[in-house]
Structure formats: structure tokens, C-alpha cells
Design a binder for this molecule. Structure first.
Ligand code: NAD
Length: 314
């Protein structure tokens, strides 16, 4: 039996792109990885360094790539572009990264690419929408990593606070991957118990204050990491492996990716994160969860922020 090809093209050989590749190599998920960057010597160096670990991991082909590699790729992941400086918001990166993403879309248009595309470059929601606009592919096939990382941070911080395994905490951050993100407390469960009921029974903290602190910490964590060490890449690297698994293994996993809304949640023509069923075709289904009043208002506000910012680039 022929082994099913799982070819991943990564555009951007910086900290995020190479950390993702390192985690992907360890996962054994892909059969081939091609790496592209405008800095060719950086690509050569990264590919050599990563290749020297191949004797220790499941078989895989990894090489310096070109845009023609996208023609038979299953997944294209874009991590190319400028990153936040200390104190800088993600939206403030828009001017520089719009030009970079447009130049990448120009290259992709010339390939007969059938892959699912995952945008990671910030501001990820705006650049996901820009890519859909430029490439004119189905909205299902172009997604942003969105708040998959923020939701992971949320689960981790809740798990630490409640002293429960993070894998048993179900929690989602919705909206912008940025300052206007919305913690969906009404969808948060531990052991199937809604978090407010869980906290009332547990009764070890003033949960209303703790919930606020946790949500603030999730929103501000990238700023703290950038202040401490310059940039974030391990958390996003693992988040990207999780998204890749859902796509390449056709898992139908529920992940808060950034997707173009067309009427869902009463919102139109804006990319933001909501829970989606993710499989080999990208977004198989958008889940319309019954949010509470505050969350609905928060999501609307987040959408307005993004719509306004997108007008400045389109
Ligand atoms: P980095 O500076 O380490 O790497 C960026 C790479 O992009 C460089 O190697 C550069 O040569 C390359 N590049 C620039 N223009 C290019 C082009 N036109 N074509 C191909 N390659 C090009 O940055 P990083 O830390 O890897 O971050 C990359 C992006 O990911 C940033 O925008 C950052 O904000 C974003 N990011 C997103 C998330 C998320 O959750 N979505 C998390 C962390 C970082």
C-alpha cells in the first residue's frame, strides 16, 4: 500500500516557522517539508541543522523549497513577516506585513495549489482576510491560526489555578487574536461542569476576581513574553502542529481558527476566531454557540475593531 503523502510548505524561516517545523518533525505527522524564505542562506542553514536530527525521528524529507512546491502541497503555512516589538500591538504590524503577504499571494497565484492555507503572520485575522481576497479561494481553505494559541493559554492558566490537567479543561477565546479577544466563559467546562458551577462548588477562591485576572493574563501574555525574551514561538509552534494534525489526519477537531464570517453570529465580511470543525477541507463547519449577552457584545466589538482596521488596508 502506498503511504499517503502529507506535504507541508512553510513560508517564513524565522523563529515561528522553524519552531513549528521542529515540533512537526517530532510529531511524525508530515512526509515532506519544504521551507521558503526571502533569505535563502537562512533557509539553507535551517534545513541543514534540522536535517541532522533525522536519524532520531520517523522518516521525512525536508528541503529548501520554492513556490513550485505549493503545487502538490497538502498544507501551506505562512509565518513570514515582521514581529511585534516590545509594547507594539499586533494590529500595528499591518502596514509592513500587508506588503509581504501580498507578495506571497502573487507567487501562490501562479501555482495550481490545492492545499489548505494557514496564516500565522500578524495581525493574523486581517492577513487571513487579505489572503482570501487576493487568492479568491473558498473561505474554507484559508484559515488563520487565530486564537488557537490564546485558547491554549486560557486552558493552561485555568488548569494551573484549578489544579486540574489542562487536557480536561474545555475553554475558548473568541474574536480577534489581539487586544479585543473575548473569553467565552459560558462555554468553559471542567469535567463537563460549567465553570461557574464548578467554581461555586470548589469555593477556594473569589472566582469572579480570579476569572478576570485569568482573562487579563491570557490577553497580555504575548506582551510579557516579548518583554522578557523578544518574541513568542514555542506555544505557537505546538498550536500549529495541532492545527496541522486536524487537517492532515482529517480529524474534524474543534479549534478556534480565524475564519471569514458570512452572517454567522450576525457578523459579515470579517475574519475572526470562533470554534470551527477542522478537517482535510479546512473549515468543515462553523459552530454557532449560544453565547451570553456580554460575550455577544464583546464579539461584536472585536469584529468592529477588525472591520475598521481592514478598511485601512483594502
Ligand atoms: P522572524 O523575524 O523570526 O521571522 C520572519 C521571517 O520572515 C524572516 O526569516 C524573514 O526573512 C521572512 N520574510 C520576510 N519577508 C518575507 C517574504 N516576502 N517572503 C518570505 N519570507 C519573508 O519572526 P517570527 O518570530 O518567526 O514571527 C513571524 C510572524 O509570526 C510575525 O508576524 C509574528 O507576529 C507572528 N506570530 C504569530 C503568532 C500567532 O499566534 N498567530 C504567534 C507568534 C508570532
Amino acid at each position: 500500500m502506498k503511504v499517503k503523502q502529507r506535504k507541508v510548505v512553510v513560508i517564513g524561516a524565522g523563529a515561528v516557522g522553524t519552531t513549528y517545523i521542529y515540533a512537526l518533525l517530532n510529531s511524525g505527522l508530515a512526509t515532506e517539508i519544504a521551507l521558503i524564505d526571502i533569505d535563502r542562506s537562512r533557509v539553507e542553514g535551517e534545513v541543514m541543522d534540522l536535517s541532522h536530527g533525522l536519524p532520531f525521528i520517523p522518516p521525512i524529507k525536508i528541503h529548501a523549497g520554492s513556490y513550485s512546491d505549493c503545487a502538490d502541497a497538502n498544507l501551506v503555512v505562512i509565518t513570514a513577516g515582521g514581529k511585534q516589538a516590545p509594547g507594539q500591538s499586533r494590529i500595528e504590524l499591518v502596514k509592513k506585513n500587508t506588503q509581504i503577504v501580498k507578495s506571497i499571494c502573487y507567487e501562490l497565484k501562479n501555482q495550481n495549489c490545492k492545499a489548505i492555507l494557514v496564516m500565522v503572520t500578524n495581525p493574523v485575522d486581517l492577513l487571513t482576510q487579505l489572503t482570501i481576497q487576493e487568492l479568491k479561494w473558498s473561505r474554507k481553505r484559508i484559515i488563520g491560526s487565530g486564537t488557537v494559541l490564546d485558547s491554549a493559554r486560557f486552558k493552561y492558566m485555568l488548569s494551573q489555578h484549578c489544579n486540574v490537567d489542562a487536557r480536561n479543561v474545555h475553554a475558548y477565546i473568541l474574536g480577534e487574536h489581539g487586544d479585543s479577544e473575548v473569553p467565552a466563559w459560558s462555554m468553559t467546562h471542567i469535567a463537563g461542569v460549567p465553570i461557574r458551577d464548578y467554581c461555586q462548588k470548589c469555593n477556594i477562591c473569589d472566582y469572579k476576581i480570579c476569572h478576570k485576572n485569568i482573562a487579563d493574563n491570557v490577553r497580555e501574555s504575548a506582551y510579557h513574553i516579548i518583554d522578557y525574551k523578544g518574541s513568542t514561538y514555542y506555544g505557537i509552534g505546538l498550536s500549529l502542529v495541532r492545527i496541522s494534525e486536524a487537517i492532515l489526519r482529517n480529524e474534524n477537531s474543534i479549534l478556534t481558527v480565524s475564519t471569514l464570517l458570512k452572517g454567522e453570529y450576525g457578523l459579515n465580511d470579517v475574519c475572526l476566531s470562533i470554534p470551527c470543525i477542522i478537517g482535510e477541507n479546512g473549515v468543515q463547519k462553523i459552530i454557532e454557540a449560544p453565547l451570553d449577552q456580554n460575550e455577544t457584545a464583546g464579539l461584536k466589538e472585536s469584529a468592529q475593531t477588525l472591520i475598521k482596521a481592514f478598511q485601512s488596508i483594502s
